[in-house]
Design a protein around this ligand. Sequence first.
Ligand SMILES: CC(C)(COP(=O)(O)OP(=O)(O)OC[C@H]1O[C@@H](n2cnc3c(N)ncnc32)[C@H](O)[C@@H]1OP(=O)(O)O)[C@@H](O)C(=O)NCCC(=O)NCCS
Length: 195
Amino acid sequence: MNGFRLPRPIFAPSGGGAASLGPPSAPVWLPLALSDIAGVAAIAAQLHPSLPERAAVLAEKAALFPEGCRKLLADGVMCGYALAHPWRTAVLPALDAFLDGLPAAADCLFIHDVAVLPQARGQGAAASFLLHADAVAMQHNLPVHALIAAYGTVRLWRRFGFAPLEGEQHVVELAAYGPQAVYMSRAVANGPAAG
Ligand SMILES: CC(C)(COP(=O)(O)OP(=O)(O)OC[C@H]1O[C@@H](n2cnc3c(N)ncnc32)[C@H](O)[C@@H]1OP(=O)(O)O)[C@@H](O)C(=O)NCCC(=O)NCCS
């Protein structure tokens, strides 16, 4: 199976009544198929109501760069997703807009979104996806991860080694991602040196 499991089970075993069913299986990141996009859009609508994106825009990312796109499954049910694609450092993709292809001279893996439903959080899903992102970036000779930290998630991403990009602040483009948005980047673990 082309997926990897998180370090701990997502839900504690029930301790009695459902013993015959056994403990729920740990959540796992798996490749995202185009047929999964309705599930992605549903989770996005739930977690990002103020930053709506069309399902077709989300689907384009999975079609253009499937290796950067994953779904999080727990007991066969989608409980999260992550979308990433090669891009240019310090260039902010417009929200809810088609990429219309990937840049020939990509120099970063842009993490468009990591979204996990509340009941599946606290299990290291984002950290686990970043391990996958590191591997993908290395395969594609991309030295840097970039993302836009929305909803005050700067502290969360700092813990994973991301830092706000020095220099130009991209105020206009960032505003579309909400008032707290910050563009951040991080060197790919064990990746090629940034140019
Ligand atoms: C971001 C997200 C994927 C992380 O899920 P996760 O990998 O399960 O992460 P956890 O819930 O285990 O959180 C990891 C740590 O970051 C902290 N954290 C989580 N969200 C945070 C936030 N918005 N701001 C600051 N810290 C945050 C947690 O408290 C936790 O700290 P702890 O280990 O001290 O308890 C999940 O919170 C989510 O889907 N949020 C909504 C969508 C979103 O904001 N995505 C990011 C857009 S840039």
